[in-house]
Write a protein that binds this ligand. Structure first.
Ligand code: 5GP
Ligand code: ZN
Length: 136
């Protein structure tokens, strides 16, 4: 299903032109218009899903395989030194376009970008409490 007024539905399905790196029946991989680094790409499913939890299982299972193929190509062709996969879900996590997408961000030594967080220092008890909250 496509969602009205979803820009990534329109891009993924070719209604809005994009710099496409790859396309098949289910996915389009495009260059990000506001790239973090040279070659920053987005994997878009053609069917609309708001986020990771909303993604059909079959589609979800194919995303990482496609990312793996794209990563090999990008590493080879761009001669990048590394590559980050980033996937934001929800406004609190930085998602600005509510159509599932996986960022592929080639990294270059001294590219000046960072994908960092400040590590916390939880006690073993605190970790156990969180573990229980998730699994029970
Ligand atoms: P998010 O913050 O939702 O994880 O990422 C959205 C990404 O989509 C951003 O990196 C932004 O630059 C990119 N973006 C937003 N609108 C467009 C567009 O119309 N075309 C392309 N190619 N990228 C877009
Ligand atoms: Zn959409």
């Amino acid at each position: 299903m496509k969602k009205d007024n979803c820009i990534f539905c329109k891009i993924a399905n070719g209604e809005i032109p994009s710099k496409t790196l790859y396309e098949d029946g289910e996915f389009r991989v495009i260059l990000d218009l506001g790239p973090a680094t040279k070659g920053h790409a987005l994997i878009l499913p053609k069917e609309h899903a708001d986020n990771l939890c909303d993604l059909p299982r079959e589609t979800a299972s194919k995303v990482l395989v496609l990312a793996q193929e794209m990563a090999s190509t990008m590493m080879e062709k761009l001669h990048c030194d590394g590559l980050n996969l980033v996937q934001n879900n929800g406004e609190a996590a930085g998602q600005t376009v509510t159509h599932f997408h996986l960022h592929m961000i080639p990294r270059y030594r001294d590219d000046g970008q960072s994908i960092n967080w400040t590590p916390g220092k939880p006690t073993q008890e605190a970790l156990e409490e969180i573990r229980r909250q998730i699994v029970e």
